[in-house]
Design a protein around this ligand. Structure first.
Ligand SMILES: [Zn+2]
Length: 496
């Protein structure tokens, strides 16, 4: 099973799913979208396709990239590019199997469902996993699962190293008009790669670490990891057991050769510093003149839009800041006057346990590249209405010491989660339709909807307590607080 030549990419077209080769995908104007039963596997598949295309066909500059985005590759061009890298992408290669190390010594084999983040960690059933998912996987799904665990999921815990980006980074992918375009929009030109990693040139001929393994206990500066090596970084030692000849893939459903287990072994080393990933924003703090960087991740239940400014906007003050993903920096140079669609995904975890997975699509209206301040404003305003609501419910619960007796019922979290659920569409609409050079109208519209939502939620959640004489003072206090906060959020001179 070779990812360069076999048909492993599941595409849905007119209700039917068929598997395509990478060559077919890149050399034709293929329609249809990726289709796998789990959204995280779908995102990982897309990410793998971007990484492979980057590694095989890094365009020289913006012009060459533009050409790629517009026109499919030629079959000869494809064949030439893959010639030397056949041994990188073969799942069963006798010496250098894709994302694996030969000869991993384990006391017992691990079932393959351990490779599907969140399926076999025992505690996590917050999202649906079809029964039996992960028992056996076809070659394509096994490759995607290996890549996903190496890049996006928390490590296996207990001494197993996690991805170069930390345990559960947020991944951002620019969506094009077709899958082929999407892939190219997330490939960096050499020029962009150099500005992302100044060590690009001297490391560009490196091979992945499953071809040239790192030694145990070594300390590796991130600045010695080249683009190809980093994109295909395997942090752990895994080896799939030889496939069984006949079976049904419990992820994509296809019949044929399936894998049912793998060996894993602990392996320790340290990567020093942050390896800049093309599909990730970075946040930083400045301490003693030095930048301390990390990759943002979903650490709370707050929805994805609350993170959008730091994923999309570059900003820095004396103490901290954030920088958009390199593919987005690159897109700013040629997509600034277009709308842009962004796929944002990642897991939320508690150590090795996956609590939640996200895979969402955002549209940003044209002007997104120059008007980061407006994106920030849209989000800040929406969060301010949430804060007003929380504050009111906090006062309702605890009252004011020696003056107003609190109701003793804390509804802050449940009200917040209702606010987030019900404001989601408002935010998507604002971001997709705002006139960035004259945003006042869109902001007013958004904020009046959010104000109405805040008032409705207040009434809805305090309703059961209105007949409780002991709570009336707390209720009045909370209501006054909400109205005061909402008034403060009105723009100067607006009618209330
Ligand atoms: Zn499969």
């Amino acid at each position: 099973m070779n990812l360069l030549t076999d048909a492993w990419i599941p595409i849905q077209q007119q209700g039917k799913i068929q598997k395509l080769t990478l060559q077919h995908l890149l050399c034709n104007e293929q329609t249809g979208e990726l289709c796998l039963p789990r959204d995280d596997m779908e995102l990982a598949c897309l990410q793998l396709l971007c990484a492979m295309t980057q590694v095989l066909f890094t365009p020289e500059d913006k012009k060459a990239l533009g050409q790629r985005i517009r026109q499919p590759l030629t079959e000869i061009g494809y064949q030439q590019a893959i010639e030397e890298k056949q041994g990188w992408f073969d799942l069963n290669h006798s010496e250098t199997p894709f994302m694996q190390i030969r000869g991993v010594k384990a006391t017992a084999a691990t079932e393959l469902d351990k490779l599907l983040a969140g399926v076999a960690d025992g505690t996590n059933k917050a999202f649906m996993n079809p029964f039996g998912l992960g028992e056996a996987l076809c070659g394509g799904c096994s490759a995607i699962a290996l890549f996903n665990v190496a890049n996006n999921a928390p490590s296996m815990g207990g001494g197993f190293k996690g991805s170069l980006r930390g345990s559960t980074p947020i991944t951002l992918i620019i969506k094009g008009k077709s899958l082929r375009q999407t892939i190219w929009l997330n490939v960096l030109s050499e020029k962009s790669a150099k500005s992302m990693m100044p060590w690009y040139q001297e490391t560009c001929s490196q091979v992945p670490n499953y071809l040239e393994p790192i030694s145990a206990g070594s300390k590796i500066p991130a600045s010695q990891i080249g683009l190809n090596r980093g994109l295909l970084w395997q942090p752990a030692h895994f080896e799939l057991l030889p496939p069984e000849k006949e079976g049904r893939c419990s992820c994509c459903g296809c019949s044929g050769e399936v894998y049912t287990g793998f060996n894993k072994a602990k392996f320790n080393y340290t990567v020093e510093g942050i390896w800049p990933h093309p599909l990730s924003a970075r946040v930083f703090k400045i301490k003693k003149g030095e930048k301390e960087e990390k990759f943002p991740s979903f650490t709370t239940t707050a929805p994805t839009w609350t993170h959008l400014a730091r994923l999309v906007v570059d900003q820095q003050n004396a103490k901290e800041g954030h920088q958009a993903a390199p593919v987005l920096q690159q897109a700013k140079t040629f997509m600034a006057s277009d709308k842009i669609q962004l796929i944002v995904g990642g897991y939320r975890n508690n150590q090795a346990t996956v609590l939640e997975r996200r895979h969402e699509l955002f549209s940003l209206a044209q002007g997104w590249a120059q008007h980061g301040v407006v994106i920030q404003q849209i989000i800040t305003d929406a969060l301010a209405y949430k804060t007003a609501l929380r504050k009111a419910f906090y006062l309702f619960a605890v009252g004011i010491k020696d003056k107003v007796h609190g109701a003793g019922v804390n509804l802050c979290d449940v009200v917040e989660s209702n606010y987030f659920q019900q404001s989601e569409n408002v935010l998507h609409t604002s971001l997709a339709s705002v006139n960035f050079s004259q945003p006042d109208h869109a902001l007013r519209q958004q904020n009046s909807q959010l104000k109405r939502l805040a008032m409705d939620l207040f009434e809805q959640f305090t309703e059961p307590y209105r007949q409780e004489p002991k709570m009336l003072k707390a209720l009045a206090l909370a209501r006054r607080s909400l109205h005061k906060s909402l008034k403060e959020l009105e723009p100067e001179g607006a009618e209330s």
